[in-house]
Design a protein around this ligand. Structure first.
Ligand code: GLN
Length: 487
């Protein structure tokens, strides 16, 4: 086994015992990137020199009190890092070098983290397959003909392929959980406001969240410990105390009340997914949890509500890419022509669709019928979750209704792509936290390679601790997280 195959926890223990150095870890990851990334295409930018310098500095400092010290990681390319190209997966920012860093990136740097580079995503995080990247699609390490999920597809693929120990992604409607599920990794979507969004390119500001993709549940708790908390630069991060998310993690789940929302088992979902999730529910029962069926009837409105609201927010957020302030600017004869050409050439189809849908929903004649109505339904969806959580500790559900699909299979049919998010967008609409972790493998009908299946555990506002504990107990009682793709 090579060093890059270790978990954060194992690598940290080895660093403390001086079994190897941070430079050894960085070199093992860089080697793996060189060996595998031609096929997988997870990285947009590899920061080899910076990684080696940071690793040397971590070794020299030799302070491994924070478990992330000296550990190599990757950032989704929508995180701004001072002095390092940060594209958002968009041609409009193809050469953009930010003069400042995202708070989460800064925190990791301060704790002697080792940045290996920036990974691929759907343009400005809009998508569910990573095919909307302005540069190239990333491939699923379990089957190179399939998508890794999106939009944090580069983050999930890089972790699954052991190119890094962990990665940060963003989740507006499923973009951490869906790729984690497709690539067989752990992905944590935090409560809205738990992690600062400062310096991360916005999709829909009232939905966007930042979180880790890792190899194990314990690693996700370790990363959250460092990145969570109030930030004076992001007024949506409340001053809620940050607990130690690794404390209590290993406590059993006897008596834990787990709800199973019946609306999350729909006709048309892949039977292999339904089977794996039902088996996971049985496993929770064996571990001493109490299972109750619950109902979230507004689930059927979640996709429509979500897409009206996020595209409205996106259309406003994207106005800043005007060819004057940031990045690419088209050559044109007049200022108005420059605005038009910059956006026409700089943005891809899904981003253009977002601007058109959002502008339409916000326009004077349609605001009440679309935006306002959706905003009201959002409140009802949130209330429905609050109500259900009065009697239970967490919910379990599938992450997606389908296995990783083939590259090109859905990219020309946006509605089909949106439907992949049916089990993830309600969670963002309510603002609650959720985690995705492996719960099985299955061969798709149109393929012969085994593909990962994800389990979703959903929690109460700011109760990441309970979902992490439930996930940890399940993970330790199963073997799924030990499987590796054959690269
Ligand atoms: N696929 C969803 C969308 O395009 C979710 C994306 C995300 O979470 N960033 O809106």
């Amino acid at each position: 086994m090579s060093l890059n195959n270790l978990t954060i926890k194992e690598a940290h223990d080895g660093l403390k015992k001086k079994e190897f150095s941070s430079v050894d870890l960085a070199k093992a990851c860089l080697e793996q990137i060189k060996k595998t990334d031609e096929k997988i295409k997870a990285f947009i930018t590899v920061t080899e020199d910076i990684a080696l310098k940071q690793a040397e500095a971590a070794d020299k400092k030799a302070d491994f009190s924070n478990p992330l010290a000296g550990i190599p990681f990757a950032l989704k390319d929508c995180f701004c890092v001072q002095g390092i190209k940060s594209t958002g997966g968009s041609k409009i920012l193809a050469n953009y070098i930010p003069p400042f860093s995202a708070t989460s990136a800064e925190k990791l740097e301060k704790e002697s983290g080792v940045l290996l580079g920036k990974v691929n995503l759907d343009e400005f995080t809009m998508g569910s397959s990573c095919e909307n990247s302005g540069f190239f699609p990333t491939k699923n390490p379990w089957d190179l003909e399939r998508v890794p999920g999106g939009s944090s597809g580069g983050s999930a693929a890089a972790v699954a392929a052991d190119q890094c120990f962990y990665s940060l992604g963003t989740d507006t409607g499923g973009s951490i959980r869906e790729p984690a599920s497709f690539c067989g990794t752990v992905g944590l979507k935090v409560t809205y406001g738990r992690v600062s969004r400062y310096g991360v390119m916005s999709y829909a500001s009232s939905f966007d969240t930042i979180g880790p993709l890792t190899k194990t549940v314990e690693d996700a708790a370790i990363v959250l410990n460092t990145i969570a908390g109030h930030d004076s630069k992001d007024s949506t991060t409340p001053p809620v105390a940050v607990p130690d998310y690794t404390f209590d993690l290993k406590k059993d789940i006897k008596g834990l009340k787990i709800g199973v929302p019946k609306e999350y088992f729909v006709k048309g979902m892949d039977p292999a997914i339904e089977k794996s999730v039902q088996e996971a529910i049985k496993k929770f029962e064996d571990l001493g949890a109490k299972i109750v069926e619950v109902s979230l009837p507004l689930t059927k409105y979640a996709i429509a509500t979500y897409y009206i609201l996020v595209k409205s927010e996106a259309s406003a957020n994207l106005a800043r890419y005007d060819g004057v302030r940031y990045g690419f600017s088209a050559t044109a004869d007049s200022l108005s022509q420059n605005y038009l050409e910059t956006k026409a050439q700089g943005f891809g189809p899904e981003v253009k669709r977002s601007i058109m849908m959002g502008t339409y929903a916000l326009s004077a004649g349609y605001y009440d019928a679309y935006y306002l109505k959706a905003a009201k339904v959002r409140t009802l969806i949130k209330r429905e979750f609050d109500q259900v959580f009065k009697d239970i500790d967490c919910l379990v559900a599938p992450v997606t209704p389908m296995l990783p699909f083939k590259l090109g299979e859905k990219v020309d049919d946006p509605l089909q792509m949106y439907l992949a998010d049916i089990f993830t967008v309600p969670i963002n609409t309510a603002g609650v936290p959720a985690i995705s972790l492996p719960c099985g493998f299955a061969k798709p009908q149109n393929g012969d390679k085994e593909l990962p299946i994800g389990l979703q555990i959903i929690g109460k506002h700011f109760d990441e601790k309970t979902i992490l504990r439930a996930a940890y107990n399940y993970e330790q009682a199963t073997e799924w997280h030990k499987r590796k793709p054959n690269l």
